[in-house]
Design a protein around this ligand. Structure first.
Ligand code: ISJ
Length: 184
């Protein structure tokens, strides 16, 4: 009886210690990834403004291909699944383009004149996006390595908490979709 009690308590204690040590580490990984995804989305209004002024199309497949090719090469060097990396970045592009489209539709309705001062896409805006790429890849690698006990549903909840409310649920869903297959 005493022996059973002792072993049950020991098992309970080990479980408590294990969850205290393990869980925050994984949550922290997801938090950093989601914060970076949010930062990337926060650049979209500046991209939208610049394209509104210059009337450039929202979609730029050549620029996307350049980023994706470099992402694949970096992923391979890091031992990160290049298909996962590619899908993830394509999803970030789609989420960002959704934000840009929503803003252009709003400005269309409001007959928004060109913004002043003009923000230069190539020299001021895109470098911010490029600076986030290697940081996102490092966090993706952590997600790939984690033996995920955490469900996609939990990740989705964290995503909604961390990604700012100016980005609607649809934008969040688009951005997190490729993570689904990596969190059981
Ligand atoms: C952000 C831009 O708009 C779109 C989204 C991209 C992105 O999220 O990196 C890249 C190219 C465009 O299709 C851009 O043109 O730089």
């Amino acid at each position: 009886m005493i022996k059973t009690f002792f072993f049950t308590s020991l098992a309970g204690l080990s479980l408590a210690i294990f969850s205290c040590v393990e869980q925050p580490v994984k949550d922290e990984n997801n938090k950093v990834l989601l914060e970076l995804m949010n930062k990337r989305l926060e650049v979209a209004p500046s991209v939208a403004k610049s394209k509104w002024n210059t009337k450039a199309p929202i979609n730029d497949p050549i620029r996307e291909k350049t980023i994706l090719d470099s992402v694949e090469a970096r992923a391979s060097r890091m031992g990160l699944d290049k298909h996962f990396a590619r899908d993830f970045f394509q999803a970030q592009f789609e989420a960002g383009k959704k934000v840009q489209t929503q803003l252009h539709e709003k400005w269309e309705k409001e007959a928004q004149p060109p913004f002043d001062p003009t923000i230069n896409l190539a020299t001021e805006v895109r470098p911010v996006l490029d600076s986030l790429t290697p940081l996102l890849l490092v966090e993706l690698k952590k997600i790939q390595l984690a033996n995920n006990k955490q469900s996609f549903e939990n990740f989705k909840k964290s995503a909604r908490n961390i990604i700012h409310t100016e980005f609607d649920d649809n934008v969040v869903e688009i951005a997190i979709k490729p993570i689904k297959s990596h969190l059981k």
